[in-house]
Design a protein around this ligand. Structure first.
Ligand SMILES: [Mn+2]
Length: 433
């Protein structure tokens, strides 16, 4: 592992909380993600199923977790199945987990090889009436490829048609959206790496540099600080590309006089960072860029104060849109009259600010949690207002990660924010070089 080993107690407490929420007479069967084929004989880098990591800390494929908290046989209440290490496989892929390593990582005492799985699962299922499965429930993505949990849900449904099938997703969503101190410190670490790599990146930004060269610097900055990698593909967008919200082609040149928008996040121990900033390629904002940037900055500073208990993503969005509307009018993008003539609320605002201001952050960069959920201590979200004016080649997004609190906490407050801070930092760094 690239990161420092996490305490097994973290995963034990997650399983404990889940066990308390599970229905009586139920068993949970949770499957690790499949290895995803890329092309030829190559696979994509392996990514563990988020709930599997949350509940076990195990990163190895072919892992199965069975939780059956009410089973009369204590040995069947919590069982982890792993692949039996094979010398031939280890020759190619490196060391595989031993039983004792898996016990140490997960805190589960009953770790067995997959060969024992079917009989032990059968014993648990036949003692219970209900089976929990973790089929994908992300609201933004309908699965195209069937994942291991869906496949197994169908298989066990056909094998045990008289059992009741239950959804795990609402339970793990409830738990994962409320982060422990330990989890917040992991997100903080991902944010520190992200912020430090961004500050390094600022030293490399200059006219005529290619976006992809900057992308390389971002990845280097992450890996050099023991990040697991990126929590999403970096967006490095100069000039007109700043107005493409999820621009990841990163194949243009940064030109003097243009803005550069970067949206980047390190992943540390499976927890995500997420940062967006917009800077002038040549180290100095022109008057119009400065005007639009400071408008976005004021909305950002205001938005940060809204991450308090009792708010929700929807409420923050509405309040930010009201504030944004005034700023956009002041920028001359539309008038009060245009607003009066709107057929739907914030129609004018949405022409220049068309995305959400907040999403939950955690094991996934767009983590579980709903937009109408009441915010509470322990929740961590992005704060990312933006202004996009394609006709002026100006796209600005300012994003940080906030911890919900009576006094909301910005986890990347060390990053230069004001025009002065940015210009001073960029120009000092050029003199230093
Ligand atoms: Mn984001």
């Amino acid at each position: 592992m690239k990161y420092n080993k996490l305490p097994a107690q973290l995963f034990q407490s997650h399983r404990q909380k889940l066990a308390e929420m599970m229905e009586d007479d139920a068993v949970l069967l949770l499957f690790s993600n499949d290895i995803m084929p890329r092309s030829g004989d190559q696979n994509y880098p392996y990514c563990q199923q988020a709930d599997m990591f949350y509940l076990t800390g195990i990163e190895q494929p072919e892992t199965v977790l069975m939780l059956c908290p009410q089973h009369s046989n204590a040995q069947l209440r919590e069982v982890l199945f792993i692949q039996q290490p094979q010398a031939s496989q280890q020759l190619w892929s490196g060391d595989m987990l031993t039983i004792s390593q898996a016990q140490e990582l997960s805190g589960i005492s009953q770790v067995r090889y997959l060969g024992d799985m079917h009989l032990l699962i059968r014993e648990a299922i036949l003692a219970m009436d209900k089976i929990y499965f973790d089929i994908p429930e992300n609201v933004r993505q309908t699965p195209v490829v069937e994942d291991a949990n869906m496949r197994n849900a169908k298989y066990y449904k056909s094998l045990y048609p008289l059992h009741q099938m239950l959804r795990l997703a609402p339970l793990t969503q409830y738990l994962r959206v409320r982060k422990s101190e330990e989890e917040i410190s992991l997100i903080s670490k991902a944010c520190d790496i992200t912020a430090e790599a961004y500050m390094d990146l600022l030293l490399c930004v200059k006219p005529n540099v290619q976006e992809c060269v900057l992308e390389g610097e971002i990845i280097k900055g992450f890996l050099a600080r023991r990040a697991t990698g990126c929590s999403f593909a970096p967006i490095v967008a100069a000039g007109k590309n700043t107005c493409i919200l999820h621009y990841t082609a990163n194949h243009s040149e940064c030109k003097s006089g243009d803005l550069l928008l970067v949206d980047m996040g390190a992943e540390y121990a499976h927890y995500a960072g997420d940062l967006s900033r917009t800077i002038p390629v040549n180290g100095k904002f022109n008057p119009r860029q400065k005007e639009v940037y400071t408008a976005c900055e004021r909305v950002f500073r205001y938005a940060r104060t809204l991450y308090v208990p009792g708010m929700s993503i929807n409420k923050i969005q509405r309040m930010v849109c009201i504030r944004m509307q005034q700023e956009l009018i002041n920028l001359g993008l539309f008038t009060e009259q245009d607003v009066h003539n709107e057929s739907t609320p914030f129609e004018c605002v949405h022409r220049y600010f068309m995305h959400g201001v907040a999403h939950f952050v955690g094991i996934d960069v767009h983590d579980v949690g709903s937009k109408d959920m009441s915010l509470d201590y322990g929740m961590v979200l992005s704060c990312e207002p933006g202004i996009y004016i394609p006709e002026e080649n100006i796209g600005i997004r300012i994003e940080t990660i906030m911890q919900v609190n009576d006094e909301p906490i910005d986890l990347m407050s060390q990053v230069p924010l004001s025009v002065d801070e940015i210009e001073t930092y960029m120009n000092q760094s050029t003199t230093l070089k």
